[in-house]
Design a protein around this ligand. Structure first.
Ligand SMILES: Cc1cc2nc3c(=O)[nH]c(=O)nc-3n(C[C@H](O)[C@H](O)[C@H](O)COP(=O)(O)O)c2cc1C
Length: 174
């Protein structure tokens, strides 16, 4: 199974990328590609920019990554209760080419933050809107208090309850 996974963040030390990478590693026999949103940086979307530039090649490239995949794992960073600017900008550009951004692919949506909220607000926004963007949403999970529950050195969750919840959500992709 061809899987793409990414943290919806442009931070070089993104905890959501760490979580998405760990989650993708739980799939056996998967061909996993970890995407970096920095490779899809585009001008700040506006309808004026769209008229001026058309649709950037990088937006097509990101949609093609989704189109070529058989499953998608996203872990959302929460910035002021919502998406990171990097993800929102990429998503806005992509949605102008194809509103069915997720192209009916099986998707697992995760989120984490250092706080107790575990980026639950952005995760709620993403899961609520998922059907509108043609995601076949298989499951979602928020991981609170990232640095308490994830061993950064080892690159894995160290809380057994969260760990089994994550395994169960990820297995829903198979
Ligand atoms: C501008 C900004 C706003 C933030 N707002 C929130 C927030 O609303 N909720 C939250 O849990 N964490 C918030 N944080 C902290 C992030 O959860 C934290 O930086 C986390 O590492 C982001 O995920 P990332 O490492 O994958 O980029 C915010 C951080 C920044 C820089």
């Amino acid at each position: 199974m061809k899987v793409i996974a990414f943290g919806a963040s442009s931070s070089k030390s993104s905890i959501n990328r760490k979580l998405a990478t760990y989650a993708a590693g739980l799939l056996s026999d998967a061909d996993v590609e970890i995407l970096d949103l920095n490779d899809f940086e585009m001008p700040l979307f506006s309808e004026d920019k769209e008229k001026e530039l058309g649709h950037p090649e990088l937006a097509h490239a990101f949609l093609n990554k989704i189109g070529e995949s058989e499953a998608i794992i996203i872990s959302f960073a929460e910035h002021n209760g919502s998406y990171s600017a990097a993800y929102k900008n990429l998503f806005d550009w992509c949605s102008r080419i194809n509103l069915k951004v997720f192209q009916n692919k099986p998707v697992v949506m995760l989120a984490t933050s250092p706080g107790l909220g575990g980026a639950g607000r952005v995760l709620a926004a993403a899961t609520t809107s998922a059907p509108y963007f043609d995601a076949d949403l298989k499951g979602s999970l928020s991981i609170p208090s990232f640095y308490d529950n994830f061993d950064v050195e080892a690159g894995c969750l160290n809380d057994s309850v969260l760990s089994s919840q994550l395994v169960s959500v990820i297995n829903s992709l198979t």
